[in-house]
Design a protein around this ligand. Structure first.
Ligand SMILES: [Mg+2]
Length: 338
């Protein structure tokens, strides 16, 4: 199982069964209220208004990327059709674009930070578990189907359960896909971004590569919000390992490269690992830092785990742009955040 080369076993072994999600239950139910009653409460530190605004921009764009990217899976259109439509920049015509686990967990993280002001890992573990429980058919990977039900019953057990997942912790892309709004929120303090991103990851993704993926994406979103986003600067703040190596490789990949070819070089998330997902998603974001629509089309050209790569790209670019420049028909079709 797992270990080193850690293939699908360490990432969760692929995605869960997908269906068109129905209306979910409220994320915050009696479980969270009971949990709050047991917890010591500290007043949340102030988050600046600039941080909150950037976080909201990033979250909206992450959800748009997630819902847009999901349209290109074979469940909705076969590959040849998808290739042709992406090449023609033809907007998917389905009336409602549902978002998936990427957005569900990004919302959980965002709301936990709103409430606590910082990453409170026990609180966050319960928020992730409640989001999962509210609608389990959002395309979660196998690892989260194993872990999150256990955290629902015992959130503080993430300390042993997350590292025990696949005998060493998940190195999947799940911690990276949800974290861009956190980076945007704390963009005024990059050391804090690195610290908080790592804490948000470890609750479910204890493997150093899973954590590094989250740090890289959060730093990218923070730099985007600051108007300072470069792949070199992201690599400089990413922990050593294959994610950082991949981001450095992305930095050396000219933007004149066609996206499908860059995906071949950098990975497209097909292996559902952080190091197979984050470098390409950040490359397209850095290629189109001021144009969310262009960034998402370029990311879609890479296929692979395309809702997740688009969620990451959207969250990073959107930290600067928000969704105001996205086509109105995309925004109409995207499932509301509630
Ligand atoms: Mg997803």
């Amino acid at each position: 199982m797992l270990g080193t080369a850690a293939g699908p076993a360490a990432t969760g072994g692929g995605r869960g069964v997908r269906r068109v999600p129905g209306a979910g239950n409220p994320v915050y139910g009696t479980g969270l209220r009971r949990h709050h009653a047991r917890m010591t409460t500290n007043p949340p530190p102030m988050t600046t208004s600039a941080g909150l605004a950037a976080a909201r921009r990033s979250l909206e764009a992450l959800a748009l990327g997630d819902a847009f990217g999901e349209r290109w899976f074979p469940l909705f259109r076969e590959r040849r059709q998808a290739v042709n439509e992406i090449r023609a920049r033809r907007t998917p015509q389905e009336a409602l674009w549902h978002w998936t686990d990427d957005t569900a967990l990004a919302l959980a993280l965002h709301r936990s930070l709103d409430e606590r002001g910082h990453v409170d890992q026990d609180h966050l573990a319960l928020c992730y578990a409640l989001a999962f429980d509210a609608d389990r058919a959002r395309g979660y990977g196998h690892g989260m189907h194993l872990l999150l039900p256990q955290l629902l019953a015992a959130p503080a057990e993430w300390r042993t359960l997350a590292p025990g997942l696949f005998d060493g912790g998940s190195l999947g892309n799940g911690a990276a896909m949800r974290v861009a709004p956190l980076g945007a929120r704390f963009h005024e303090d990059l050391d804090r971004v690195v610290e908080q991103a790592g804490l948000s990851a470890a609750v479910t993704h204890a493997h150093p590569d899973g954590i590094a993926g989250a740090v890289a994406v959060a730093v990218a979103a923070a730099l985007s919000a600051r108007g300072e986003f470069t792949l070199e600067a992201v690599a400089d703040r990413t922990p050593e390992g294959p994610v950082r190596d991949g981001v450095r490789r992305a930095a050396r990949t000219p933007f004149a490269t066609e996206p499908w070819r860059a995906a071949d070089l950098l990975g497209n998330g097909q292996r559902i690992r952080a190091d197979d997902t984050v470098p390409f998603a950040l490359w397209t974001a850095a290629r189109h830092p001021d144009d969310l629509e262009a960034a998402l089309w370029a990311t879609a050209e890479g296929f692979g785990d395309v809702d997740t790569t688009c969620a990451i790209t959207g969250g990073v670019v959107g930290a600067a742009t928000g969704t105001a420049g996205a086509p109105a028909e995309w925004l109409r079709r995207r499932e509301p955040l509630g």
